[in-house]
Unconditional design. Sequence first.
Length: 317
Amino acid sequence: MLSRCAAAVVLMGYALAVSGAASEHAYPNKPIRIVNGGVGGASDIGLRLFVPGLHLGQPIVIDNRSSGVVPGEIVSRAAPDGYTLLCYTGVLWIGPLLQKTPYDALRDFTPVVWLTKAPNLVVLHPSLAAGTVRELIAYAKDRPGQLNYASGGTGASNHLAAELFKSMAGVNVVRIVYKSGATQMADLVGGQVQMMFANAGAVSSYVKAGRLKALAVTSAQSTPLFPALPTVAASGLPGYEAISLIGLWAPAGTSRALVERINSESVRVLKSADVRERFMGVGLEAVGSSPEDFAAYIKSDVARWSKVIRDAGIRGE
């Protein structure tokens, strides 16, 4: 027979388990906060298209913070009760590869759902004599150090996409750093720089107007965003992939039941034809993954960019 002390411990454990289960069953019973990067960024735009379709029975508050490590730091320290979530881009795990951060991207978060993805486009100023990725590689190899590309800050998607391209193609292309996307685009269209691995949504109007020349998309598969363009991988660099994504995370330790609840509702929204069309309109492709598939992709992406950053000697700013 159990002693009185042992029996009390067992009963206490049972009561806690029942209480936790009841709490999860009642979820949510208060507003849910989604911490996000700065206003106007990719995750902010995606979140505002996604949230109105969520039906979780409580208000959802979007908490915009500055970009960088701040959103991740807030959520990594939050209670794992489903009431504080993080909506962010690959900055979440690229940042720790470049500098010390107050969280571990793989340890301190529970992936909930992969919301959207978007390729970059390999775009050139029309004066550059290359019409395909193979021709671009040949052009760059014949002129080492003479070709340049526009880049955002260290670790930006267009920076890393270009460095991966340089590494896999074995070419020397000079990086020209810009502080703003508008200035990058203006100089590319004006011919002050020659190429860019540009955000698909930001560059599409220039491509359609013939002011820039698009060669390929950086995703592993073709995309409905630009169905006429081949992938870089199929155009001379097998295995090449560089995309931007937006995802939803919960703090580490969040129960499986809560993660599945939020995931299933999120996937329902992302399968809506109307929501998918709205995302397409801003250059984003809806995904709607399982938590496991999202976690697996993050791990593979960390491995990919760790090697690129190490091999290129990239340091945080």
